[in-house]
Design a binder for this molecule. Structure first.
Ligand code: AMP
Length: 223
């Protein structure tokens, strides 16, 4: 049976990259609530207009809206049987409980927490830039903040939620909200914590090993 995973971690822990790689390797769909929301905002949909200010400030979007987006994206039961990886959801204990209430006990087989210290993620988010032309994501170093995109020479910009005040708020919110959720997932026997420091390739292997150890069905697919 295909794996149903939750991946958690502070903003800047490399969660987006790791989720894409893991979902590809296991052949399951990658559902990122942050991406779904940025997409709604870019399309100027009714939901997009409603959630714009929360996302711009780095505040959590109200649960009803997030739950609707996730439920419509996970589709029907047959689609869910193909497995999925939830990236950025659940973010709070209430969202975690709602997920299991709506989808039942099989909502997730395992939750992987990618653990990276607060100082490290703060510095990473402050350095993150997105190309205004091609969307390429990169990091600038001190003294090199004004450089152009290496891919297309476009101007590098900061996401509004990567402005310094927003970064501090988002990280404080994450720790506050994720704490009770992590404890709850651990109590259900679903939590595994992986060290997220070091090169992305090493973190990826650590995650795959941790998931394969806990989910025998994943072993055959991953190796
Ligand atoms: P992310 O890309 O995961 O950092 O998400 C970007 C923004 O989308 C967050 O700062 C929130 O405003 C919103 N968001 C994403 N996922 C959730 C969620 N599960 N609950 C509430 N808001 C969310």
């Amino acid at each position: 049976m295909a794996a149903r995973l939750i991946v958690l971690g502070r903003q800047g822990a490399g969660k987006g990259t790791q989720c894409s790689r893991l979902a590809d390797r296991l052949g399951i769909s990658h559902v990122s609530t942050g991406d779904l929301m940025r997409d709604e905002i870019a399309r100027r949909s009714a939901i997009g207009r409603q959630i714009e200010r929360y996302v711009a400030m780095g505040d959590l979007v109200p649960d009803e809206i997030v739950l609707d987006l996730v439920a419509s994206n996970l589709g029907n039961a047959a689609h869910r049987a193909d497995g999925y990886l939830l990236d950025g959801f659940p973010r709070t204990l209430a969202q975690g409980q709602a997920l299991f209430e709506v989808l039942g006990a099989g909502a997730a087989d395992l939750a992987v927490e990618i653990d990276v210290p607060l100082e490290v993620v703060s510095a990473r988010l402050a350095a993150r830039r997105v190309c205004a032309m091609c969307g390429h994501i990169t990091a600038v170093t001190r003294g090199d903040e004004a450089r152009l995109c290496a891919e297309c020479n476009g101007v590098l910009t900061r996401r509004t939620d990567d402005q310094p005040e927003a970064i501090a708020r988002r990280l404080a919110h994450y720790d506050e909200q994720a704490g009770p959720l992590l404890l709850w997932l651990d109590g259900l026997g679903l939590l595994v914590t992986v060290d997220g420091s070091g090169p992305a390739d090493e973190v990826h292997e650590r995650i795959v090993v941790a998931v394969a150890e806990r989910l025998p069905a994943v072993r055959a697919i991953a190796f």
